[in-house]
Design a protein around this ligand. Structure first.
Ligand code: ATR
Length: 277
């Protein structure tokens, strides 16, 4: 039996074990996946344990995604660019840090809402850790513009600056006062802030009526599955994309890196949805 798991603090609400164990069963992989509560001061020892016990793979969640990088042998390009690791692959005694959050989000967006991102205008609301991974992955799809808007201007500027590719750079910081005009032009508006998360389910990060009908409203939040932002955008004639897909596909990429098999995405999604009810 091959060992897998997730480390975090807290970790007991993680839906990764049920989702990945279902994926293993579905694909006939002889693996088992468990959640481990690891406090920050135990991180190094926990990673040494992964090596010693021969775990094949590990997911890493809050608050370890940045600090774990110092414990690994190699960091892939995605994780290096984003500055965080959410997936470790144990290969021939080497621990390789990868990041599947951003690419998981983009795969979900393309599968579920908008197959072609090239040339699109995208507004990203929020400039925290989640936004960084998503902007990195969106930028690789060659949209025409990514406008970053955040309550705290300095963080938007800092994030946009880290993607600066010169005057023609697609990623730019957008003053909050200009969000309304940008949304009226945008093909896709993504909420990466925590506004609308349970229990504050009536809140929206912006007025959804700013979006043009037919645009995609996307939200990283998956509790609730459909936020007020998405519901109101849908009423306005927008296509909507919820956060559950990002969770499913970040796990799907991890499964694929570990096993080399295509992830049973439909079964994984079904399993997570079941655990919600
Ligand atoms: P995550 O890793 O989920 O992105 P984070 O790094 O704490 O979490 O970032 C949270 C994001 O939500 C930030 O962009 C934050 O804005 P600030 O940089 O101004 O703090 C945004 N956010 C949180 N609460 C908000 C609110 N009430 N209104 C607007 N933005 C909010």
């Amino acid at each position: 039996t091959v060992l897998y798991g997730v480390i975090g603090d807290p970790v007991r609400h993680s839906k990764s074990p049920t989702m990945l164990n279902r994926a293993f069963r579905e694909s006939g992989v002889n693996g088992i996946y468990a959640a481990f509560h690891v406090k920050p001061e135990q991180l190094q020892e926990a990673i040494a344990g992964i090596r010693a016990l021969g775990f094949r793979g590990l997911n890493v969640t809050i608050p370890h995604k940045v600090d774990v990088m110092a414990c690994l042998d190699e960091i892939d390009e995605a994780a290096r660019s984003i500055g965080a690791v959410n997936t470790i692959v144990h290969d021939n005694g080497r621990l390789i840090g990868r990041n599947t959050d951003g690419i998981g989000y983009v795969r979900s967006l393309k599968e579920e809402a908008e197959p072609d991102l090239a040339g699109k205008k995208i507004v990203v609301l929020g400039a925290g850790g989640a936004a960084r991974g998503i902007v990195w992955a969106l930028n690789r799809e060659e949209p025409s513009a990514i406008w970053l808007a955040n309550r705290t201007w300095d963080k938007a500027k800092e994030l946009a600056g880290s993607f600066d590719g010169g005057p023609a750079s697609r990623v730019s910081a957008l003053p909050w006062e200009q969000v309304r005009d940008a949304c009226a032009e945008a093909d896709i508006v993504v909420n990466t802030t925590s506004v609308g998360m349970s229990p504050h389910i009536a809140d929206t990060p912006i007025d959804p009526s700013w979006l043009k009908p037919g645009a995609v409203a996307s939200d990283l939040i998956y509790n609730p599955l459909t936020t007020a932002f998405l519901r109101q955008a849908q009423e306005r004639g927008c296509r909507i994309h919820g956060g559950l897909g990002m969770f499913v596909y970040q796990g799907a990429y991890a499964f694929e890196y570990w096993t080399g098999l295509p992830a049973p995405v439909a079964a994984m999604r079904e399993e997570v949805l079941t655990s919600f009810t």
